[in-house]
Design a protein around this ligand. Structure first.
Ligand SMILES: C[S@@+](CC[C@H](N)C(=O)[O-])C[C@H]1O[C@@H](n2cnc3c(N)ncnc32)[C@H](O)[C@@H]1O
Length: 476
């Protein structure tokens, strides 16, 4: 290959040079790593010295890595740099530094491993927990089908569902119609595979549904959260002055926030069995927090009660914000960037307990516009999946509470009472957002270290939000 490249480029090449080029090519083929910026965009490939390039892959790694792009190296194009002993590419100005962080306790002498691929993808995720990410539920499985045939049909259904979801997503990315994308994905999530499959023993009536924690479901939630967000901003840009449009935009934004929360909750459930999902979970909790906080700031709240002013978040905070000590603990850990594994387990359990409580109060309100979300009993606590053999049997009424009736139907009635409900909903959504964001920040500080953009961003938002809450306390 090295000779072919030299010939194409018409570079004279002798044996010594050829050998050097061959070694370089082999090193690139075996040891190159794709470089990403903090938003996950691929920038190119690089080869680091043996301290990184000898690290093997594991589907359940004990370390993760990320790239530190200084502003200087961000602007400089990536280029081939000569290997000069123990060099640090960033110091030479040739590209990003690489940081490897442990994400599990590593015993002395134990091999350090990282994941080369996205752990939420099916090929690497088969080891995940009790509710395997590859599980597909069959509704009325044809009793005449043999076990082998059932497995065969399930694989076929998996393939077809993968194709369908990938087609919808690539259509959305090329044509850019978020509304149709949401409609199609939700149809797949609620109705599963709507076609007859042919097995070894003839046609089957088995109906295949995606398990809510299947990797394709997670992919669908990710796309739905972002496509609904795009729908909302498209609608707002048309005419944000009209109340009807504001309400519609608000409805779409809360569905987007609910999908972000479901994505974080679902991935967290898998994270409980596989700690190496920490980086994905950090990003998902942070995104859910941002989405909820932006919902709590929406100007459309005022339209609900037609009072001409935004709900009084500051005064409701006084009784709703029972100064959760968890947030302070998260922030302390985030500033030190270190936490013992037992402490981590404790704060994680407390976090789940706390957000489950808040979610219960506001979940009905968040999911009321979306049929699929209403069929998921709880976006945070997936224990309902354990007690339900097939999630299809879950009744779709779920946690739709009194508040939904007000919000979705007669919001013109009973203004006084409603005003209080709305004040409460804003406060709960705000609290939920703060919890998700700070926990996401804590996870990011563990896997990305203190000085990552994500941790900085979370800390900046929290500083602003917390000073707002404290000011509200003082004023009220
Ligand atoms: C970045 S290198 C890792 C170090 C490499 N094992 C060595 O001795 O130089 C990547 C290559 O190592 C091998 N490798 C790393 N992890 C592996 C794994 N879990 N199973 C099989 N091969 C692996 C693959 O050949 C891969 O292309």
């Amino acid at each position: 290959m090295a000779r072919a490249v030299a010939e194409v480029r018409r570079v004279p090449i002798d044996d010594a040079l050829l050998e050097e080029a061959t070694v370089a090519l082999c090193v690139v083929l075996t040891n190159a790593v794709e470089v990403h910026d903090s938003e996950g965009r691929a920038l190119g490939i690089a080869v680091y010295d043996h301290r990184f390039s000898w690290i093997n892959h594991s589907c359940s790694p004990n370390a993760c890595f990320r790239f530190l792009l200084s502003s200087q190296s961000h602007e400089a194009p990536l280029r081939i740099s000569p290997h000069q002993g123990d060099f640090n590419a960033d110091e030479l100005g040739y590209g990003p530094r690489l940081v490897v962080r442990s994400i599990k306790k590593i015993e002395k002498g134990e091999e350090v491993t990282v994941a080369y691929t996205d752990l939420l993808q099916p090929k690497t995720a088969s080891h995940l927990g009790q509710f395997v990410i590859q599980e597909i539920s069959a509704f009325s499985c044809d009793s005449s089908s043999s076990c082998d045939d059932y497995e065969f049909l399930k694989d076929m259904a998996d393939g077809r569902l993968t194709e369908c979801i990938d087609d919808v997503i690539s259509d959305y990315l090329s044509v850019g119609d978020p509304e149709s994308c949401c409609e199609k994905l939700e149809m797949i999530l609620t109705q599963g595979l709507n076609e007859q499959l042919e097995g070894n023993v003839g046609k089957s009536d088995a109906k295949f549904m995606l398990h809510p924690l299947h990797h394709l479901s997670l992919k669908a939630y990710t796309t739905l959260a972002s496509a609904y967000k795009v729908c909302a901003s498209d609608l707002l840009s048309v005419d944000s002055g009209i109340d009807v449009n504001q309400l519609k935009t608000f409805g779409i934004s809360r569905t987007s926030a609910a999908y972000s929360l479901l994505l974080a909750g679902a991935t967290h459930h898998l994270f409980n069995s596989e700690p190496s999902l920490i980086a994905s979970v950090a990003n998902f909790w942070t995104a859910a927090g941002e989405s909820l906080l932006s919902l709590s700031r929406s100007s459309a709240w005022s339209v609900f009660v037609n009072l001409g002013g935004v709900p009084n978040l500051a005064s409701t905070m006084k009784f709703k914000w029972s100064k959760c000590s968890l947030i302070d603990r998260f922030r302390a850990c985030m500033s030190s960037g270190q936490i013992k594994s037992t402490d981590f387990e404790n704060v994680s359990n407390e976090f789940l307990h706390c957000v489950s409580g808040i979610t219960q109060k506001v979940c009905g309100f968040l999911i009321s516009d979306c049929h699929f979300l209403r069929s998921c009993k709880d976006p945070i606590d997936f224990s309902w999946l354990m007690s339900t053999k097939s999630f299809s049997s879950v009744v779709v009424e779920t946690c739709v509470k009194r508040t939904d009736l007000y919000y979705t139907q007669g919001y013109a009635n009973n203004i006084c009472e409603e005003e209080t409900y709305i004040d409460h909903a804003v406060a709960y959504i705000f609290q939920l957002g703060i919890h998700c964001l700070s926990y996401g920040g804590l996870l990011a500080s563990i896997c990305y270290d203190l000085h990552s953009n994500l941790v900085d961003d979370v800390q900046n938002v929290l500083d602003r939000k917390m000073s707002f809450v404290l000011n509200s306390y003082e004023k009220s």
